[in-house]
Design a protein around this ligand. Structure first.
Ligand code: HEC
Length: 467
C-alpha cells in the first residue's frame, strides 16, 4: 500500500474524489479514519479504496477467500443475486458501517470509513466518473490531433505539404468520422521543449522529420511521456512507442560491414565519444549476427590496425567532417565504407580526398510502391518535391493506415501496436515494415552505392538487409 501511495503522484493534480479513492484523502483535507480488519484504526491514506478495488474500480483479487467486488457505479447500480441495486445512501452506509445494500454484513476485510459529507459526495462523483470512457489525448468525437516536428526552412515546408497532401488524399473525410488535425511545433528551439509544447496541445501522437540529433532528443522526450513518435529515420535509441520509416545509422553500418566477406576484419573509425558509442552499437550487432566483432578505433590507431590484418574501414563521421575524417586513409590503402545517413552527402568529397571511390550504405529504398497508393502519390504535389516529398507522403499514408488499424477506440498504445504491424503500402516507397519500438530493426532495405570523387555512382544500388 505504501508503494501504491509513493507511485500515485501529487494529490493536487487530481479530482477530489479521485484523490480520495486512489490516495485516501481529498487534496488539502485530513484523511478520514478507517477501521481495518482486526480493529486497527488507520488513516484512510493507509487503506485507499483503489488498493483493493483497483484504480479503475473493476474489482480486485481475492484475499483470504473474499474478493473485493467491482465498485464503478455501473456495477453498483445493477442488482445481483446477492443484493439489490445500490443508491447513494446505501453506498455511504456500506462505506461507513460495512453493511451491503439489502442488509448483509460485509466481511471485515472491507474497512469502515468515517467520511465527511464532502468526502461522501466526492467519492460518489468519482465512482460515477469511473464509468466514463477514459479520454485519449488528442482524440475527440470528430477529430484526431497530431503534433508535427519539422526542420526549419524549405525542407520542413516541403515535408509538411506532402504529409498534408497524403492525409487529404488517403482520408478525404477523415478516419472513423474524425478529421485529422495537425499542430506544428515552432522550428527553432530545443526538440524536448517542442515535444512538451505539443503534448500541452493534446496530441495523440507525434510525427517527426527532424534530422538525426534533434530527433534523438525528441525520441527521448516522447519516450518519457509514452507518446508514439513516428520519425523518418530510426535513431540509435528508439523510444518504446517510437517507430521510423527508414533504418538508421546503426542499421546502415551493420549492412555495410555484412557486405564484406569477413565483417570482423573491418575497423570502425570513431572520431569522438559519440561516434565511439555508435561504433560500439554497430560492433555489437555485427558480433551477434556473425560471431566476429569489428574493433572501434581512432585515427591514430589505423596503421596498427592495418598491420594486424584489418581489411576495410567504416567511417561514422557526419557530412561536415567526413573528408577530414578519412584523410588519414589516403596513404593507408584500405577500402572506405561510409554510413549514408551521416556522411552520405559528403561521400564525393571523401572520395576526392582519398583519390578512390567509397562505398555508401543508405537506408533509402530506390524503387517505388504500386497500386492505389502509388496513384495517389503520382497525382499529388509531393511527387515533385524529391525525396523529402516522398518521405512526407509516405508518412501521411502510414499515419492514415495506422489510425484505421487502431480502430474507432484508438489509444496511444493501439496506435503504436498498429505501427508495429504488417508492412505499410505508401505509394511513395516500397511496402515497408516500420523500424523501432520494442522490436528493434525492421525490414532491411538498405542500398549500397559506390561513389567516386565527382559524385558519380559507379556501382549499385545493391540491396542489403540490416537484420
Ligand atoms: C483492504 C481492502 C479494501 C479496501 C481498502 C476497500 N475495500 Fe471495499 N470491499 C473489500 C472487500 C473484500 C469487499 C467484499 C466483502 C464481502 O463481500 O463480504 C468489499 C466490498 C465493498 C462494497 C460492496 C459492494 C457490493 O457489491 O456489495 C463496496 C460498495 C465497497 N467495498 C466500497 C469501497 C470503497 C468506496 C472503499 C474506499 C473508501 C473501499 N471499498 C475500500 C475490500 C476493500
Amino acid at each position: 500500500m505504501a508503494l501504491l501511495l509513493a507511485g500515485a503522484g501529487p494529490a493536487s493534480a487530481m479530482e477530489p474524489g479521485e484523490a480520495l479513492y486512489a490516495l485516501g484523502a481529498r487534496p488539502g483535507a485530513v484523511a478520514p479514519r478507517a477501521v481495518a480488519a482486526g480493529g486497527a484504526v488507520l488513516p484512510a491514506s493507509a487503506l485507499p479504496c483503489a488498493g483493493c478495488h483497483g484504480a479503475d474500480g473493476a474489482g480486485g483479487r481475492a484475499e483470504a477467500g473474499v474478493r473485493p467486488p467491482p465498485v464503478a457505479w455501473s456495477a453498483l447500480s445493477r442488482p445481483t443475486p446477492e443484493r439489490p441495486a445500490y443508491d447513494e445512501a446505501a453506498l455511504l452506509r456500506t462505506v461507513a458501517q460495512g453493511v451491503a445494500a439489502g442488509g448483509r454484513a460485509l466481511d471485515p476485510a472491507m474497512p469502515r470509513y468515517a467520511l465527511t459529507l464532502d468526502d461522501g459526495q466526492a467519492l460518489v462523483a468519482w465512482l460515477r466518473a469511473l464509468d466514463a470512457p477514459r479520454a485519449t489525448p488528442g482524440v475527440t468525437e470528430d477529430r484526431v490531433r497530431l503534433g508535427l516536428l519539422l526542420p526549419p526552412g524549405p525542407r520542413g515546408e516541403a515535408f509538411a505539404a506532402a504529409f498534408a497532401g497524403a492525409l487529404k488524399a488517403a482520408a478525404p473525410v477523415g478516419v472513423f468520422g474524425r478529421r485529422i488535425e495537425r499542430v506544428v511545433a515552432p522550428a527553432a528551439g530545443e526538440p524536448s521543449d517542442a515535444v512538451r509544447l505539443l503534448l500541452g496541445e493534446g496530441v495523440l501522437a507525434l510525427v517527426s522529420a527532424l534530422p538525426e540529433e534533434a530527433n534523438a532528443a525528441a525520441l527521448a522526450a516522447a519516450g518519457v511521456a509514452r507518446v508514439p513518435l513516428l520519425s523518418v529515420r530510426a535513431g540509435e535509441d528508439m523510444a518504446p512507442l517510437g517507430y521510423a520509416l527508414l533504418p538508421g545509422a546503426v542499421d546502415e553500418g551493420v549492412a555495410l560491414l555484412r557486405a564484406l566477406p569477413e565483417p570482423g576484419r573491418a575497423a570502425i573509425l570513431a572520431g569522438n565519444a559519440a561516434e565511439a558509442r555508435l561504433g560500439g552499437r554497430i560492433a555489437d550487432r555485427v558480433a551477434a549476427l556473425t560471431g566476429a566483432e569489428p574493433p572501434v578505433v581512432g585515427a591514430a590507431e589505423l596503421r596498427a590496425a592495418r598491420a594486424e590484418g584489418v581489411a576495410a574501414v567504416l567511417a561514422l563521421a557526419p557530412a561536415s567532417g567526413l573528408a577530414e575524417a578519412v584523410a588519414p586513409l589516403r596513404e593507408i590503402a584500405l577500402p572506405v565504407l561510409v554510413v549514408g545517413s551521416r556522411g552520405g552527402l559528403a561521400a564525393p568529397a571523401g572520395a576526392a580526398v582519398l583519390g578512390r571511390p567509397v562505398l555508401v550504405g543508405l537506408g533509402v529504398p530506390a524503387e517505388m510502391g504500386d497500386g492505389v497508393a502509388l496513384a495517389r502519390f503520382r497525382a499529388g504535389e509531393a511527387a515533385r518535391a524529391g525525396l523529402t516529398g516522398r518521405l512526407g507522403h509516405a508518412m501521411g499514408e502510414v499515419v492514415v493506415e495506422a489510425l484505421r488499424r487502431g480502430g474507432r477506440g484508438v489509444t496511444r498504445e493501439k496506435l503504436a501496436a498498429a505501427f508495429a504491424g504488417p508492412p505499410f503500402d505508401t505509394g511513395a516507397l516500397p511496402p515497408l515494415r516500420l523500424f523501432g519500438g520494442a522490436r528493434g530493426g525492421g525490414g532491411g532495405g538498405i542500398r549500397l552505392f559506390q561513389v567516386d570523387g565527382t559524385g558519380r555512382v559507379l556501382r549499385g544500388p545493391a540491396t542489403a538487409g540490416a537484420d
